[in-house]
Design a protein around this ligand. Structure first.
Ligand code: NAP
Length: 298
């Protein structure tokens, strides 16, 4: 395959990701593979941007003519206040993961919920009429709540270390549900602590349990969770992706349960971001192959 780094020219247009840390990001591999496949004179690079440098880095986007930028941890929520315009979805999720340069104006969007929803559909995971348990109450958890609502989950239980934050998230979605369909939605959202993950009554009703925290990434271990209490068809979904099974997914895998990591979500949100930045649909199979190769899963 053509290597984009070796064909950079004076006309090459940039897209990028800002994060802290960012060196581990697999987004450059995915996006550059798509540019190479489409023979586009564009390149995607990673910038290590710290929280104190975020505002200046965003201001540089129009000055440098960068077409679009993905934001990752820890910038998604703070960037909301730094956009000229926000999509309804970014506003609802209170987080931006895509910044699009529209004639020098920064437009913020969020493709995480659509990326997760697309992956769950790709993997034929059905939560319609059932209970979705979501662990976490940050930007990723917010995206998971929206995806579960769009997939018609009847009941969503948000479990977070800090219950006040789970309560805030549940309240903001309760308001959203109230404005949809004239307030007649029968979908319910509850906020709980992490102790609910060992509550047999709740776990035995779960159709899906989604980890939307970095637990397991840095800490090594995961919160106590009654995997065995969940129905045999329950799906365990970790937004984290790694070469090895994550600490959240290793126990259900050992029990022979269905366990999915966040690689498919990353691909789907990346496909959507590519189209927003470049105005053309990317070859999704090429992006998938590049990611799988980077994860050693060819
Ligand atoms: P975030 O805002 O930093 O999320 C923090 C959440 O995690 C909070 O609910 C926090 O609880 C909880 N948490 C953090 N450390 C914890 C610990 N040691 N024990 C218990 N809870 C802990 O981050 P985010 O943007 O929502 O992202 C969360 C994860 O999803 C990240 O690992 C990210 O890489 C992943 N993600 C993946 C994709 C993908 O495409 N696959 C997309 C987006 C995000 P408190 O409220 O109590 O602090």
């Amino acid at each position: 395959m053509d290597d984009p780094v070796h064909r950079l020219s004076g006309r090459t247009l940039l897209t990028a990701i800002f994060g802290d840390p960012v060196a581990h990001s697999l987004s450059p591999a995915m996006h550059n593979a798509a540019y190479a496949a489409l023979a586009m004179d564009r390149a995607y690079v990673a910038f290590h941007v710290t929280p104190t440098g975020l505002r200046e880095a965003l201001r540089a986007i129009p000055a440098l003519g960068i077409a679009g930028v993905n934001l990752t941890v820890p910038h998604k929520e703070r960037a909301v206040r730094m956009m000229a315009q926000l999509t309804d979805e970014a506003l609802l999720l209170r987080a931006v993961n895509c910044v699009i340069n529209r004639n020098g104006e920064l437009h913020g969007d969020n493709t995480d919920a659509r990326g997760l929803e697309a992956d769950l559909r790709d993997q034929h995971v059905s939560v319609a009429g059932k209970l979705a348990v979501i662990i976490g109450a940050g930007g990723a958890a917010s995206a998971a709540v929206l995806a579960a609502l769009r997939l018609d989950a009847a009941r969503i239980v948000i479990c977070n270390r800090t219950i006040a934050r789970a309560n805030r998230l549940a309240r903001s979605f309760a308001q959203y549900l109230g404005t949809r369909g004239g307030g007649r939605s029968r979908q319910t959202i509850e906020a709980r602590g992490l102790d609910t993950l060992v509550n047999v009554t709740t776990m035995s009703a779960a159709a899906i349990v989604i980890n939307a925290t970095p637990m397991g990434l840095k800490t090594g271990g995961f919160a106590s969770l009654s995997y065995a209490a969940a129905p045999s068809e329950c799906v365990f979904y970790d937004m984290i992706y790694a070469r090895e099974p994550t600490p959240f997914l290793a126990p259900p895998l050992a029990l022979g349960r269905r366990a999915i990591d966040g690689a498919g979500m990353l691909i789907n949100q990346g496909v959507l971001a590519f189209e927003l930045f470049n105005g053309v649909a990317p070859p999704a199979g090429v992006m998938r192959a590049a990611l799988m190769s980077a994860l050693g899963r060819e």
